[in-house]
Design a protein around this ligand. Sequence first.
Ligand SMILES: *Cc1c(COP(=O)(O)O)cnc(C)c1O
Length: 386
Amino acid sequence: MSGNEHKYINEAFETNWIAPLGPNVNAFEKELATYAGTAGAAATSSGTAAIHLALELFGVGHGDIVFCSSLTFVASANPILYVGAEPVFIDSEEETWNMSPVALACAFEDAQARRKLPKAVIVVNLYGQSAKMDELMEICERYEIPIIEDAAESLGSLYKGKKSGSFGHFGIYSFNGNKIITTSGGGILVSNDLEALARSRFLATQARDAAKHYQHSTVGYNYRMSNILAGVGRAQLEVLDERVQARRDVFDRYVQALGDIKGVHFMPELEGTYSNRWLTALTLDPEVIKVTPYDLIDLLEEENIEARPVWKPLHMQPLFEGCKFYPHGKGDVVSKRLFAEGLCLPSGSNMTVEEQERVIEVLRKHLLASNSLKSDEAVHEVYGKQ
Ligand SMILES: *Cc1c(COP(=O)(O)O)cnc(C)c1O
Protein backbone atom coordinates (compact mmCIF):
# COMPACT_ATOMS: atom_id res chain seq x y z
CA MET A 1 0.00 0.00 0.00
CA SER A 2 1.13 3.58 -0.63
CA GLY A 3 -0.20 5.46 2.41
CA ASN A 4 -3.10 7.43 0.96
CA GLU A 5 -5.50 4.47 0.85
CA HIS A 6 -6.93 5.29 4.28
CA LYS A 7 -7.86 8.79 3.19
CA TYR A 8 -10.03 7.56 0.32
CA ILE A 9 -11.45 4.63 2.28
CA ASN A 10 -12.37 6.95 5.16
CA GLU A 11 -14.11 9.27 2.71
CA ALA A 12 -16.20 6.32 1.58
CA PHE A 13 -17.09 5.47 5.20
CA GLU A 14 -17.79 9.05 6.23
CA THR A 15 -20.10 9.66 3.29
CA ASN A 16 -21.59 6.15 3.75
CA TRP A 17 -20.82 5.14 0.16
CA ILE A 18 -20.31 1.44 0.81
CA ALA A 19 -21.67 0.24 -2.51
CA PRO A 20 -20.52 -0.92 -5.94
CA LEU A 21 -20.98 2.67 -7.10
CA GLY A 22 -20.06 6.04 -5.69
CA PRO A 23 -17.66 8.98 -5.88
CA ASN A 24 -14.46 6.91 -5.58
CA VAL A 25 -15.54 4.70 -8.49
CA ASN A 26 -16.32 7.72 -10.66
CA ALA A 27 -13.09 9.48 -9.70
CA PHE A 28 -10.99 6.32 -10.17
CA GLU A 29 -12.44 5.82 -13.65
CA LYS A 30 -11.65 9.42 -14.61
CA GLU A 31 -8.14 9.31 -13.17
CA LEU A 32 -7.30 5.95 -14.73
CA ALA A 33 -8.65 7.01 -18.15
CA THR A 34 -6.56 10.20 -17.95
CA TYR A 35 -3.51 8.11 -17.10
CA ALA A 36 -4.14 5.60 -19.89
CA GLY A 37 -4.99 8.32 -22.40
CA THR A 38 -8.44 6.96 -23.28
CA ALA A 39 -11.75 8.81 -23.39
CA GLY A 40 -13.20 6.74 -20.56
CA ALA A 41 -13.01 3.73 -18.27
CA ALA A 42 -15.44 1.41 -16.46
CA ALA A 43 -14.22 -0.16 -13.21
CA THR A 44 -15.01 -3.85 -12.67
CA SER A 45 -14.67 -6.51 -10.01
CA SER A 46 -11.76 -8.13 -11.91
CA GLY A 47 -9.74 -8.01 -15.08
CA THR A 48 -11.39 -11.24 -16.17
CA ALA A 49 -14.82 -9.57 -15.82
CA ALA A 50 -13.59 -6.69 -17.99
CA ILE A 51 -12.55 -9.14 -20.76
CA HIS A 52 -15.92 -10.89 -20.48
CA LEU A 53 -17.75 -7.55 -20.84
CA ALA A 54 -15.63 -6.60 -23.85
CA LEU A 55 -16.62 -9.85 -25.59
CA GLU A 56 -20.29 -9.24 -24.72
CA LEU A 57 -20.06 -5.73 -26.16
CA PHE A 58 -18.83 -7.17 -29.46
CA GLY A 59 -21.76 -9.59 -29.39
CA VAL A 60 -19.50 -12.66 -29.28
CA GLY A 61 -21.51 -15.82 -28.63
CA HIS A 62 -22.07 -19.47 -29.48
CA GLY A 63 -20.40 -20.60 -32.67
CA ASP A 64 -18.15 -17.54 -32.91
CA ILE A 65 -14.35 -17.63 -33.06
CA VAL A 66 -11.98 -15.44 -31.06
CA PHE A 67 -8.21 -15.25 -31.70
CA CYS A 68 -6.10 -15.04 -28.55
CA SER A 69 -2.40 -15.04 -27.59
CA SER A 70 -1.33 -18.51 -26.50
CA LEU A 71 1.46 -17.55 -24.08
CA THR A 72 -0.61 -16.00 -21.29
CA PHE A 73 -2.48 -16.58 -18.07
CA VAL A 74 -5.69 -18.58 -18.49
CA ALA A 75 -7.80 -15.52 -17.57
CA SER A 76 -7.15 -14.05 -21.04
CA ALA A 77 -9.12 -16.87 -22.67
CA ASN A 78 -11.58 -18.13 -20.06
CA PRO A 79 -14.15 -15.44 -21.00
CA ILE A 80 -14.14 -16.81 -24.58
CA LEU A 81 -15.55 -20.01 -23.08
CA TYR A 82 -18.01 -18.06 -20.86
CA VAL A 83 -19.71 -16.69 -23.98
CA GLY A 84 -19.69 -20.10 -25.69
CA ALA A 85 -17.22 -19.12 -28.41
CA GLU A 86 -14.23 -21.04 -29.70
CA PRO A 87 -10.71 -19.80 -28.96
CA VAL A 88 -8.01 -20.05 -31.62
CA PHE A 89 -4.53 -19.56 -30.22
CA ILE A 90 -1.74 -17.56 -31.80
CA ASP A 91 1.96 -18.16 -31.11
CA SER A 92 4.53 -15.64 -29.82
CA GLU A 93 7.51 -14.10 -31.58
CA GLU A 94 10.98 -13.70 -30.08
CA GLU A 95 11.29 -9.93 -29.82
CA THR A 96 8.41 -9.30 -27.42
CA TRP A 97 7.33 -12.84 -26.42
CA ASN A 98 3.88 -11.63 -27.49
CA MET A 99 1.54 -12.39 -30.39
CA SER A 100 3.39 -13.11 -33.62
CA PRO A 101 2.15 -10.99 -36.55
CA VAL A 102 3.30 -13.80 -38.87
CA ALA A 103 1.16 -16.37 -37.06
CA LEU A 104 -1.77 -13.93 -36.84
CA ALA A 105 -1.64 -13.28 -40.59
CA CYS A 106 -1.67 -17.06 -41.19
CA ALA A 107 -4.67 -17.51 -38.90
CA PHE A 108 -6.57 -14.76 -40.73
CA GLU A 109 -5.76 -16.17 -44.18
CA ASP A 110 -7.00 -19.55 -43.05
CA ALA A 111 -10.14 -18.05 -41.50
CA GLN A 112 -10.80 -16.08 -44.69
CA ALA A 113 -10.47 -19.26 -46.77
CA ARG A 114 -12.96 -21.00 -44.50
CA ARG A 115 -15.26 -17.95 -44.69
CA LYS A 116 -15.33 -17.66 -40.96
CA LEU A 117 -13.46 -14.69 -39.55
CA PRO A 118 -13.07 -14.23 -35.77
CA LYS A 119 -15.32 -11.74 -33.96
CA ALA A 120 -12.38 -10.28 -32.00
CA VAL A 121 -8.66 -10.68 -31.32
CA ILE A 122 -7.34 -10.70 -27.75
CA VAL A 123 -3.75 -9.41 -27.73
CA VAL A 124 -1.83 -9.86 -24.47
CA ASN A 125 1.10 -7.71 -23.28
CA LEU A 126 3.16 -10.19 -21.29
CA TYR A 127 5.10 -9.32 -18.12
CA GLY A 128 4.79 -5.61 -18.97
CA GLN A 129 6.13 -5.84 -22.51
CA SER A 130 3.84 -4.41 -25.18
CA ALA A 131 3.11 -6.57 -28.22
CA LYS A 132 3.97 -5.35 -31.74
CA MET A 133 0.81 -3.28 -31.92
CA ASP A 134 1.47 -1.52 -35.25
CA GLU A 135 1.88 -4.80 -37.11
CA LEU A 136 -0.99 -6.55 -35.29
CA MET A 137 -3.38 -3.62 -35.73
CA GLU A 138 -2.55 -3.35 -39.42
CA ILE A 139 -3.54 -7.01 -39.93
CA CYS A 140 -6.74 -6.70 -37.87
CA GLU A 141 -7.73 -3.50 -39.69
CA ARG A 142 -7.30 -5.24 -43.02
CA TYR A 143 -9.99 -7.74 -41.95
CA GLU A 144 -11.94 -5.12 -39.93
CA ILE A 145 -11.77 -7.18 -36.76
CA PRO A 146 -11.50 -5.33 -33.42
CA ILE A 147 -8.77 -5.86 -30.83
CA ILE A 148 -9.22 -6.37 -27.10
CA GLU A 149 -5.90 -5.49 -25.50
CA ASP A 150 -5.23 -7.54 -22.37
CA ALA A 151 -2.95 -5.11 -20.55
CA ALA A 152 -3.48 -6.72 -17.14
CA GLU A 153 0.30 -6.99 -16.76
CA SER A 154 1.36 -3.84 -18.63
CA LEU A 155 -0.24 -0.92 -16.80
CA GLY A 156 2.31 1.90 -16.90
CA SER A 157 4.14 0.54 -19.95
CA LEU A 158 4.51 2.47 -23.20
CA TYR A 159 4.39 1.55 -26.88
CA LYS A 160 5.84 4.31 -29.08
CA GLY A 161 5.06 6.93 -26.45
CA LYS A 162 1.45 5.85 -25.88
CA LYS A 163 0.22 3.87 -22.88
CA SER A 164 0.01 0.12 -23.33
CA GLY A 165 -3.65 -0.88 -23.13
CA SER A 166 -4.89 2.17 -25.06
CA PHE A 167 -4.49 0.66 -28.55
CA GLY A 168 -7.30 -1.86 -28.81
CA HIS A 169 -10.96 -0.94 -29.26
CA PHE A 170 -11.07 -2.04 -25.62
CA GLY A 171 -8.18 -2.36 -23.21
CA ILE A 172 -8.33 -4.07 -19.86
CA TYR A 173 -6.22 -3.72 -16.72
CA SER A 174 -6.23 -5.84 -13.58
CA PHE A 175 -5.83 -4.75 -9.96
CA ASN A 176 -5.51 -8.26 -8.58
CA GLY A 177 -3.21 -8.64 -5.57
CA ASN A 178 -0.21 -9.69 -7.67
CA LYS A 179 -0.35 -6.86 -10.22
CA ILE A 180 1.77 -3.71 -10.29
CA ILE A 181 -0.92 -1.78 -8.43
CA THR A 182 -3.79 -3.45 -6.65
CA THR A 183 -7.22 -2.96 -5.13
CA SER A 184 -6.88 -6.48 -3.63
CA GLY A 185 -9.14 -7.57 -6.46
CA GLY A 186 -10.48 -5.52 -9.36
CA GLY A 187 -10.15 -4.54 -12.98
CA ILE A 188 -11.10 -1.88 -15.48
CA LEU A 189 -12.23 -1.61 -19.08
CA VAL A 190 -10.82 1.37 -21.02
CA SER A 191 -11.90 2.69 -24.41
CA ASN A 192 -12.53 5.74 -26.55
CA ASP A 193 -15.98 4.31 -27.26
CA LEU A 194 -17.98 6.01 -24.49
CA GLU A 195 -21.25 4.52 -25.65
CA ALA A 196 -19.84 1.01 -25.26
CA LEU A 197 -18.48 1.87 -21.82
CA ALA A 198 -21.93 3.10 -20.75
CA ARG A 199 -23.35 -0.20 -21.98
CA SER A 200 -20.66 -2.10 -20.03
CA ARG A 201 -21.74 -0.36 -16.81
CA PHE A 202 -25.34 -1.36 -17.56
CA LEU A 203 -24.36 -5.00 -18.18
CA ALA A 204 -22.14 -4.99 -15.07
CA THR A 205 -25.03 -3.96 -12.80
CA GLN A 206 -27.50 -6.74 -13.70
CA ALA A 207 -28.72 -4.99 -16.87
CA ARG A 208 -31.60 -3.22 -15.20
CA ASP A 209 -33.89 -1.45 -17.68
CA ALA A 210 -34.94 2.17 -17.21
CA ALA A 211 -38.20 1.51 -15.35
CA LYS A 212 -39.49 2.28 -11.84
CA HIS A 213 -39.81 -1.41 -11.03
CA TYR A 214 -37.12 -4.06 -11.53
CA GLN A 215 -37.29 -4.87 -15.20
CA HIS A 216 -34.78 -6.86 -17.24
CA SER A 217 -34.63 -7.73 -20.90
CA THR A 218 -30.95 -8.81 -21.21
CA VAL A 219 -28.67 -11.07 -19.18
CA GLY A 220 -26.61 -8.95 -16.80
CA TYR A 221 -23.71 -9.47 -14.42
CA ASN A 222 -22.65 -8.30 -10.99
CA TYR A 223 -19.28 -7.00 -12.13
CA ARG A 224 -18.88 -3.47 -10.71
CA MET A 225 -16.04 -2.40 -8.46
CA SER A 226 -16.97 -1.35 -4.93
CA ASN A 227 -16.58 2.26 -3.85
CA ILE A 228 -14.20 1.22 -1.06
CA LEU A 229 -11.86 -0.68 -3.37
CA ALA A 230 -11.93 2.16 -5.90
CA GLY A 231 -10.58 4.32 -3.03
CA VAL A 232 -7.65 1.93 -2.69
CA GLY A 233 -7.17 2.12 -6.46
CA ARG A 234 -7.03 5.94 -6.43
CA ALA A 235 -4.22 5.93 -3.88
CA GLN A 236 -2.38 3.17 -5.74
CA LEU A 237 -2.60 5.06 -9.03
CA GLU A 238 -0.75 7.97 -7.40
CA VAL A 239 2.32 5.76 -6.91
CA LEU A 240 2.09 3.76 -10.15
CA ASP A 241 5.00 5.50 -11.87
CA GLU A 242 7.19 4.97 -8.79
CA ARG A 243 6.26 1.30 -8.82
CA VAL A 244 7.22 1.03 -12.49
CA GLN A 245 10.58 2.63 -11.73
CA ALA A 246 11.13 0.26 -8.80
CA ARG A 247 10.38 -2.80 -10.97
CA ARG A 248 12.67 -1.54 -13.70
CA ASP A 249 15.42 -1.05 -11.11
CA VAL A 250 14.93 -4.64 -9.95
CA PHE A 251 15.25 -5.81 -13.55
CA ASP A 252 18.39 -3.72 -14.13
CA ARG A 253 20.06 -5.13 -11.00
CA TYR A 254 19.41 -8.69 -12.20
CA VAL A 255 20.87 -7.86 -15.61
CA GLN A 256 23.93 -6.26 -13.99
CA ALA A 257 24.53 -9.27 -11.78
CA LEU A 258 23.65 -12.15 -14.13
CA GLY A 259 23.79 -10.72 -17.64
CA ASP A 260 27.38 -11.85 -18.19
CA ILE A 261 26.57 -15.55 -17.71
CA LYS A 262 26.54 -17.33 -21.06
CA GLY A 263 23.18 -18.80 -21.95
CA VAL A 264 21.17 -16.43 -19.72
CA HIS A 265 18.90 -14.26 -21.86
CA PHE A 266 16.66 -11.63 -20.28
CA MET A 267 13.26 -10.83 -21.75
CA PRO A 268 13.89 -8.22 -24.45
CA GLU A 269 12.41 -4.73 -24.57
CA LEU A 270 11.38 -3.94 -28.13
CA GLU A 271 12.82 -0.70 -29.49
CA GLY A 272 10.34 2.14 -29.04
CA THR A 273 8.67 0.46 -26.08
CA TYR A 274 9.02 0.94 -22.33
CA SER A 275 8.14 -2.04 -20.15
CA ASN A 276 6.93 -1.77 -16.57
CA ARG A 277 8.98 -4.97 -16.03
CA TRP A 278 6.13 -6.33 -13.94
CA LEU A 279 8.15 -9.52 -13.62
CA THR A 280 11.80 -10.04 -14.45
CA ALA A 281 11.70 -12.96 -16.87
CA LEU A 282 14.60 -14.73 -18.54
CA THR A 283 15.38 -17.87 -20.50
CA LEU A 284 18.14 -20.42 -19.92
CA ASP A 285 19.71 -21.83 -23.06
CA PRO A 286 19.69 -25.63 -22.51
CA GLU A 287 22.71 -26.00 -24.84
CA VAL A 288 24.81 -24.02 -22.40
CA ILE A 289 23.17 -24.30 -19.00
CA LYS A 290 22.45 -27.76 -17.70
CA VAL A 291 20.18 -26.70 -14.86
CA THR A 292 16.55 -26.37 -16.00
CA PRO A 293 14.14 -23.64 -14.84
CA TYR A 294 12.38 -26.31 -12.75
CA ASP A 295 15.65 -27.33 -11.06
CA LEU A 296 16.34 -23.68 -10.29
CA ILE A 297 12.86 -23.16 -8.87
CA ASP A 298 13.51 -26.07 -6.48
CA LEU A 299 17.03 -24.88 -5.61
CA LEU A 300 15.69 -21.39 -4.84
CA GLU A 301 12.84 -22.90 -2.83
CA GLU A 302 15.46 -24.58 -0.59
CA GLU A 303 16.63 -21.06 0.27
CA ASN A 304 13.05 -19.91 0.87
CA ILE A 305 13.00 -17.91 -2.38
CA GLU A 306 10.01 -18.19 -4.68
CA ALA A 307 10.46 -18.20 -8.45
CA ARG A 308 7.92 -19.25 -11.08
CA PRO A 309 7.89 -20.79 -14.54
CA VAL A 310 6.74 -18.73 -17.51
CA TRP A 311 3.01 -19.15 -18.31
CA LYS A 312 2.26 -22.52 -19.88
CA PRO A 313 0.90 -21.78 -23.38
CA LEU A 314 -2.87 -22.13 -23.54
CA HIS A 315 -2.75 -24.32 -26.67
CA MET A 316 -0.89 -26.89 -24.48
CA GLN A 317 -3.47 -26.80 -21.67
CA PRO A 318 -5.86 -29.74 -21.14
CA LEU A 319 -8.71 -27.19 -20.91
CA PHE A 320 -8.13 -26.13 -24.50
CA GLU A 321 -7.35 -29.53 -25.99
CA GLY A 322 -8.48 -29.65 -29.58
CA CYS A 323 -8.39 -25.88 -30.08
CA LYS A 324 -6.65 -24.56 -33.18
CA PHE A 325 -3.17 -23.06 -32.87
CA TYR A 326 -1.03 -21.10 -35.32
CA PRO A 327 2.76 -21.31 -34.77
CA HIS A 328 5.20 -18.52 -35.57
CA GLY A 329 6.91 -20.67 -38.19
CA LYS A 330 6.83 -24.21 -39.50
CA GLY A 331 8.11 -26.38 -36.66
CA ASP A 332 8.99 -23.24 -34.70
CA VAL A 333 6.71 -22.91 -31.70
CA VAL A 334 8.14 -19.91 -29.87
CA SER A 335 5.67 -19.98 -26.96
CA LYS A 336 6.51 -23.62 -26.23
CA ARG A 337 10.23 -22.89 -26.18
CA LEU A 338 9.75 -19.84 -23.91
CA PHE A 339 7.73 -22.04 -21.57
CA ALA A 340 10.42 -24.75 -21.53
CA GLU A 341 13.33 -22.34 -21.02
CA GLY A 342 11.70 -19.46 -19.14
CA LEU A 343 11.88 -18.41 -15.52
CA CYS A 344 10.29 -15.51 -13.60
CA LEU A 345 12.34 -14.12 -10.74
CA PRO A 346 11.15 -12.41 -7.55
CA SER A 347 10.37 -8.89 -8.77
CA GLY A 348 8.28 -7.11 -6.13
CA SER A 349 8.59 -3.33 -6.05
CA ASN A 350 9.08 -3.54 -2.27
CA MET A 351 11.98 -6.01 -2.47
CA THR A 352 15.06 -4.49 -0.82
CA VAL A 353 18.49 -4.42 -2.46
CA GLU A 354 19.74 -6.80 0.28
CA GLU A 355 16.94 -9.26 -0.43
CA GLN A 356 17.68 -9.11 -4.13
CA GLU A 357 21.38 -9.66 -3.52
CA ARG A 358 20.54 -12.84 -1.65
CA VAL A 359 18.47 -14.06 -4.62
CA ILE A 360 21.27 -13.14 -7.02
CA GLU A 361 23.90 -14.97 -4.96
CA VAL A 362 21.91 -18.21 -5.01
CA LEU A 363 21.15 -17.89 -8.74
CA ARG A 364 24.76 -17.10 -9.66
CA LYS A 365 26.07 -20.03 -7.71
CA HIS A 366 23.78 -22.58 -9.39
CA LEU A 367 23.93 -21.06 -12.87
CA LEU A 368 27.72 -21.00 -12.94
CA ALA A 369 28.01 -24.49 -11.50
CA SER A 370 25.93 -25.87 -14.38
CA ASN A 371 27.27 -23.64 -17.15
CA SER A 372 29.41 -25.36 -19.76
CA LEU A 373 30.77 -22.07 -21.19
CA LYS A 374 30.69 -19.73 -18.16
CA SER A 375 31.36 -16.01 -18.28
CA ASP A 376 34.92 -14.68 -18.51
CA GLU A 377 34.64 -13.24 -15.05
CA ALA A 378 33.27 -16.53 -13.76
CA VAL A 379 36.17 -18.46 -15.25
CA HIS A 380 38.39 -16.03 -13.42
CA GLU A 381 36.38 -16.56 -10.27
CA VAL A 382 36.59 -20.32 -10.49
CA TYR A 383 40.21 -20.74 -11.63
CA GLY A 384 41.83 -17.40 -10.80
CA LYS A 385 41.63 -17.80 -7.06
CA GLN A 386 43.56 -21.08 -6.93
C1 LIG B 1 -4.05 -11.14 -13.98
C2 LIG B 1 -4.37 -11.32 -15.41
C3 LIG B 1 -5.69 -11.30 -15.88
C4 LIG B 1 -6.91 -11.34 -15.00
O1 LIG B 1 -7.05 -10.35 -14.08
P1 LIG B 1 -7.93 -10.63 -12.76
O2 LIG B 1 -8.11 -9.25 -12.23
O3 LIG B 1 -7.10 -11.50 -11.88
O4 LIG B 1 -9.20 -11.26 -13.17
C5 LIG B 1 -5.91 -11.38 -17.25
N1 LIG B 1 -4.90 -11.49 -18.10
C6 LIG B 1 -3.61 -11.53 -17.69
C7 LIG B 1 -2.53 -11.62 -18.72
C8 LIG B 1 -3.31 -11.47 -16.33
O5 LIG B 1 -2.03 -11.54 -15.94
